[in-house]
Ligand binder design. Structure first.
Ligand SMILES: Cc1cc2nc3c(=O)[nH]c(=O)nc-3n(C[C@H](O)[C@H](O)[C@H](O)COP(=O)(O)OP(=O)(O)OC[C@H]3O[C@@H](n4cnc5c(N)ncnc54)[C@H](O)[C@@H]3O)c2cc1C
Length: 421
């Protein structure tokens, strides 16, 4: 049989992007029964959930055009809040702490800002928090929040990702085309007008020339991939969106040093606590960031406020992201603590009935931007490229990126590889 031009492993955003650009030259093999990867959606007792809070927002004009052209999208102003010591301030805390009622906390944050400067260099993320925001903001929100998410040792993280992810003290002028900046207060974001976030990738996947679902890749050999079912598919090149260590493990002749360096890449697992509610949500809030010690989650996702279609559903849901850094807790205990915490915050009233709960475990949620990550990924990419393999995406490049960026990188790589092979 004639070899396939390019086998694309994975039908998440990066794989879909690559396959769209490669057109008829791509054969996509996806382990799951449908497209979307981490952008797939699930339902529980009539309420709809994404795998963590998802909304669409992109600095890439061509990605925006592609997505908005593929399905009806609804735009809205992002309604995000921080919950701090029993009080609410709009997101981001560093721009709104002045609304807290405790004058001593407000003064401490303001005083700290006097010694903070965007011009100060920082060797790691912990130092970045202190130097860019000052000790008050660090103490009252940014450190406890980020420790809850990433774990106690923030110095193990570098600062390469902060401009894209951590809102500054004052909003900068707009970024350049293609440059992601941290979400702003009241940012305009988009969501499918019908259905959940996964609809975007379902619509895009319909445009693929050749995709096989339920097809897990078990080995990547010279000039071929082998499926779990034992089929050998000859191909000229491979685009992989598998987690990098998993990809390297599938290559029989990968050097031991490479296996070793990618095995040290760190990631956060997530427990997603999903609660289906008897009645629609009583709040218009969409996201809440919580830094307190007693509530296990760092982010609360009130997704049914993301579109009119979701708001009109009779069953709504609340999803709470709990980082693996919080340690092991069994599902039942986690759900009990989350419900109690939400009632205490007033996000769930005492009478609001929870009709169903489920804890979904995601083994790889956030790729940790640790020191040494970029070098390990760079060396792996170079070796893989010498074998005709391109590794792409959130865990393919071990990069803390969103679905729009994964789609963008897939499209770019696919266009580059279209003439090759
Ligand atoms: C909590 C959370 C919140 C997020 N919020 C947002 C947001 O608001 N907005 C946003 O745009 N993005 C958000 N993201 C990021 C977004 O989900 C990812 O960036 C995106 O899904 C990455 O796409 P990908 O194609 O790189 O990887 P994935 O989505 O992981 O896709 C990889 C695919 O490979 C398949 N696969 C794995 N192994 C095999 C195998 N052996 N054979 C065949 N197929 C295989 C998987 O089944 C999967 O479909 C969020 C992510 C998380 C975890």
């Amino acid at each position: 049989m004639k070899p396939v031009h390019t086998v694309v492993i994975g039908a998440g955003p990066a794989g879909i992007g690559a396959a769209l650009a490669l057109g008829r030259d791509a054969l996509v093999l996806e382990r799951a029964s449908g497209p979307g990867g981490l952008c797939a959606s699930v339902s529980l007792d009539g309420a709809v959930f994404d795998l963590g809070g998802h909304s669409f927002h992109t600095p890439h004009a061509h990605v925006r055009e592609l997505v908005h052209g593929a399905l009806p999208m609804e735009e809205c102003r992002r309604d995000a809040w921080c919950h701090v010591a029993g009080e609410w301030v709009p997101y981001p805390f560093q721009q709104h702490f002045g609304e807290l009622s405790d004058a001593s906390v407000v003064d401490e944050c303001r005083d700290g800002m006097r010694v903070a400067s965007e011009a100060l260099a920082a060797a790691d993320f912990d130092e970045f928090i202190e130097r860019r925001y000052g000790p008050g903001i660090a103490r009252h929100f940014l450190r406890p929040y980020n420790r809850k998410l990433w774990g106690p040792d923030l110095a193990r993280l570098d600062t390469s990702w902060t401009r894209a992810r951590v809102a500054p003290l004052r909003e900068p002028a707009a970024g350049q085309e293609g440059e992601r900046l941290a979400l702003r207060d009241g940012e305009i974001v988009a969501y499918p007008a019908r259905g959940a976030y996964g609809e975007i990738f379902r619509a895009l996947a319909e445009r693929l020339s050749s995709v096989r679902y339920g097809e897990s890749v078990a080995a990547v050999e010279d000039g071929a991939v082998r499926t779990r079912a034992g089929e050998r598919i000859a191909c000229r090149q491979v685009v992989s969106t598998l987690p990098l260590p998993a990809l390297v493990a599938l290559i029989p002749d990968a050097p031991a040093a490479l296996r070793d360096s990618v095995s040290r890449l760190a990631a956060l697992p997530l427990a997603l606590v999903m609660l289906a509610l008897e009645k629609p949500l009583e709040t218009r809030r969409q996201r809440v960031y919580d830094a307190s010690r007693d509530f296990p989650g760092h982010k609360i996702v009130l997704n049914h406020n993301s579109s009119r279609w979701l708001r009109e559903k009779t069953r709504h849901g609340i999803l709470v992201e709990v980082s693996g850094a919080q340690g092991d807790m069994d599902d039942a205990m986690l759900a009990v603590r989350v419900v109690a915490g939400l009632r205490e915050m007033g996000l769930l009233s005492a009478t609001a009935g929870v009709t169903a709960s489920h804890v979904l475990r995601v083994a790889l949620g956030y790729p940790a931007p640790t020191h040494g990550r970029a070098q390990a990924v760079g060396e792996a990419k170079a070796w893989l490229a010498s074998k005709g393999i391109t590794t792409l995406g959130r865990f393919g490049e071990w990069d803390y990126i969103n679905s729009d960026e994964a789609l963008h990188r897939g499209l770019q790589a696919g266009a580059r590889l279209a003439g090759a092979g």
